[in-house]
Design a protein around this ligand. Structure first.
Ligand code: ZN
Length: 437
């Protein structure tokens, strides 16, 4: 008989690895921040004693959703400028508002708001790109959510750094500070091919090897980005990134809406992960990522929400559904992108993109206990034939009842344990008044 900290019993456990499996009347045993075992609930009393046992009737347990592309602090710009294409939206609205408002406090408060929204919608880990990543890390720790904070690099000065050297130095300081932290991880986050120069990108490729971290970058977000690069430099951004040594398993290429068949093959051979952000792409009319073709070619595809200024929520359940529907529509094939595969994109494939699949992305012994309980007892999920189908095609963030990050229960019966929602709402309103004026 072994003693563990917690045992979570649920009607269904969807481990994601192996794909397509649903375990009825099972439980997850947890010690510290790791999963010890996944087993039938009837066998648990003969194998484990526990400090806490939780019965989750009518619930499914899934691995925590991994939001592979976010600018969490941009929740404070939610609804500020809608119904515009990417470049005018960025250049005339978002960048000027950022130049006016973004400082340490903004990033802290915005990231806390984003973290609260993500935890309440079943995201346990987000891959972030924004200024002041140390503040984003502090807010993530405060909320209790796992974060990969981006060592951002962009070719213009901000409050965070004056030039690319300073961006790199400041980023590496953040990496050093959090290198052994249990829930904070780092990645390089060069903004996009059109905002970072060749020399800096070469240095990032080398430094990423040295520090053993991923590279998180917007790539081929629109056809216009590709056309302008061809007009200005005579080649497509992906070709330039290949020459600079960036195409590898370390690269998380976000968006990738404009891709040729050759480029899909090249990305597959190089082991690049593609991060698909369907709602942001649709809202900005940026183009559509050829998800079915990428999957067919063997590319690892993960899912992200992008920032709340272009989505406008950080809800991975709705993002997963949009991704599934869009993939079918774009490919003209209703059999493509089946539910179990889409849930895998939002969990295991996200972990793989981050280089963390040994620790995250599925409910298996030895992995970190990042777990989400979904209440499928409501009428919106009735009758229930297949929990995976229900979660992907009719799931809703209000069904997220309990969330654990590294074994810590950070959402209890739909309430955040570490965040004061009333105070957070007041802070958001305060920022709205500041940003508007
Ligand atoms: Zn983005």
């Amino acid at each position: 008989m072994k003693h563990v900290d917690q045992i979570l019993h649920a009607d269904w456990i969807i481990p994601v690895e192996p794909i397509g499996v649903t375990l009825a009347n099972h439980c997850v045993a947890i010690s510290g921040d790791r999963i010890v075992d996944v087993l039938p609930s009837t066998l648990a009393p003969s194998r484990f004693t526990a400090d806490t046992e939780i019965e989750l009737r009518d619930h499914a347990l899934i691995p925590g959703l991994i939001n592979c592309h976010a600018h969490a602090a941009m929740t404070l710009f939610r609804g500020l400028a809608d119904d515009l294409p990417l470049q005018p939206w960025l250049e005339d609205h978002i960048w000027p508002a950022e130049a006016r408002c973004v400082d340490r406090q903004f990033v802290h408060d915005g990231t806390l708001l984003g973290a609260a929204e993500m935890l309440r919608s079943g995201t346990t880990c987000f891959n972030d790109m924004y200024f002041f990543p140390d503040e984003a890390a502090a807010a993530a720790i405060e909320a209790g959510i796992r974060a990969v904070v981006g060592m951002i690099v962009i070719g213009f000065p901000s409050e965070w750094a004056a030039n690319t050297d300073e961006y790199l130095q400041n980023g590496q300081r953040v990496h050093d500070r959090y290198r052994t932290h249990p829930i904070i991880h780092t990645a390089f986050a060069p903004h996009a091919p059109y905002t970072v120069d060749d020399d800096t990108l070469r240095r990032i490729a080398t430094l990423a090897e040295e520090l053993d971290v991923p590279i998180h970058m917007h790539v081929h977000e629109t056809q216009r980005e590709v056309d302008q690069a061809v007009a200005n430099e005579g080649r497509r951004p992906l070709a330039r990134l290949a020459e600079l040594g960036l195409l590898s398993h370390r690269l998380m290429a976000v968006h990738m809406t404009a891709l040729s068949a050759d480029e899909i093959g090249e990305v597959a051979r190089a082991g690049v992960s593609v991060v698909h952000c369907p709602e942001s792409n649709l809202k900005l009319a940026s183009g559509m990522c050829p998800v079915a073709a990428l999957l067919e070619a063997g590319v690892n595809v993960a899912i992200g929400t992008d920032g709340a200024a272009s989505n406008n929520d950080l809800d991975m359940l709705s993002e997963m559904r949009t991704a599934a529907l869009l993939a079918k529509g774009v490919a003209g094939d209703a059999t493509g992108a089946p539910a179990a595969q889409m849930l895998r994109l939002a969990t295991y494939c996200g972990a793989q993109a981050l280089g963390m699949e040994a620790d995250l992305g599925s409910l298996e012994p030895g992995k970190l206990a990042d777990i989400v309980a979904l209440d499928l007892g409501g009428i919106g999920a009735a009758p229930l034939y297949d929990p995976v189908s229900q979660i992907v095609y009719s799931g809703h963030r209000d069904q997220v009842s309990n969330v654990w990050v590294g074994g810590r229960r950070v959402v209890v019966d739909r309430q955040l344990t570490n965040v004061d929602i009333a105070a957070l709402k007041q802070t958001a309103d305060h920022w709205r008044d500041q940003i508007r004026s």
